[in-house]
Design a protein around this ligand. Sequence first.
Ligand code: HEM
Length: 431
Amino acid sequence: MAKRIWKYYQLINETFVKDGDAFAGRKSIGNYNLNVRGGDYGIILVDSDLWKEHRRFALHVFKDFGMGRGLMEEKILCEFDNMLESIEYHLNSQKQASINIASVFEIAVSNIINQMLFGFSYHGEEKKKEFSRYKDVIARHMQMGTWPSALMGLLFFNTVRYLPYFNKKIDMVLDDFKFLTDYCKKQIEKHRFEMKQNGYDKENPAKDYVEAYLRESEKNAAFTDVQLINSLFDLWIAGQETTANTLIFSILYLLHNPEIQTKLHKELDAVIGSDRRINLSDKNSLIYVNAFINEVQRSVNLLPQNLLHRTLKDVKVGKYFIKKGTTIIPQISNVLYNENIFPEPQNFKPERFIDENGQLKKVNELVPFSIGKRQCLGESLARMELFLIISNFYNHFNVSPIDANNLPTLDKTPGITVQPKSFECNIFKRF
Ligand code: HEM
């Protein structure tokens, strides 16, 4: 059995990568697109030419914003500085605080994607309160993606729409979607108004995604408002829960494994040795930090069911014939938790990513962003965020449990993306 699973990585690589187009279809639950989104729109749940064109466009715009380059790095570090300031506000005279650190990570990550999509971020107490309402709804929307009642409601929408119990679940899905897309609509109207009033500088790239899209819509009929609203919804929710939850789990793993935090600090002190900003040019020198991030991503296994794909033609997977239109999933969990690739997969061991010469191992089977044509669109952004926030955060701080005999749980709240349970911890400033 184990051996067969080990071959599973080769199999998903051969199928989802080598014959990528055939597996790039998407499957949504029931008529989710029609009943909730108003049709096949957005990026995550469509697979027509519209998806290809909009995925390409999004990647292009992200690249223009400096993904993988200095501009984006600067924006992320700027959010890290804000984060630092808000933590320092809580510190006592011993430079220590007991806080719910999760919310600080959440707002930093949300500000980064908000800047990219809408051109602003949340600062000040009022704005942060507003953010927290959106955050809660996004978290619930992600959870509902795995609630049997909500899934049944979506699968048999027309039949159960007016039945007690199910109607409540369906209303929740619809209300949350409306609440979140109303936010996107408001941003679009604001941009349209400003662009009409002030014009825009054609010589320079757009300042955010909405502006880039509205510019494109002037010359391309496929760029419609309904498609923009749904794309923003996809990018906005995918850009928050994912990276923020991964960062929060990094703290939980350290609370459970204090010796790993000691090793992180040892490397940071040896290589960086001060409270200076750590940037992307330091990445190759911080072997243990990189190994730690890899192990966090492997252990979190953020999308345990991955997303549903659909075959776009008749295919063979191994010896099995699969008809066009069949739902199929690259089951990355089976790879990330495969004991032949990652021995003792339940144990948290960054060392598994370091070779006998002390260098970082390249492990192809580390596939938290999935594989193939549908591989995560925000991977470059997420990788930058994880490295810059994790390295700078642990360089500045030491975390410890409030009660060493009663550690916060590592249990995950199920959802399309798994979520950590709420917890508080002690945090000490190191400089
Ligand atoms: C740690 C962070 C993240 C992880 C682990 C992650 C993981 C994933 C996974 C597993 C998928 C499904 C791939 C498939 O269907 O096979 C996905 C899709 C996607 N992700 Fe991410 N993601 C992360 C961050 C982000 C960020 C920051 C964005 C920002 C915009 C983003 C945007 C998307 C989009 C739009 C898709 C759908 C792509 C498509 O259907 O063509 N993700 N991600």
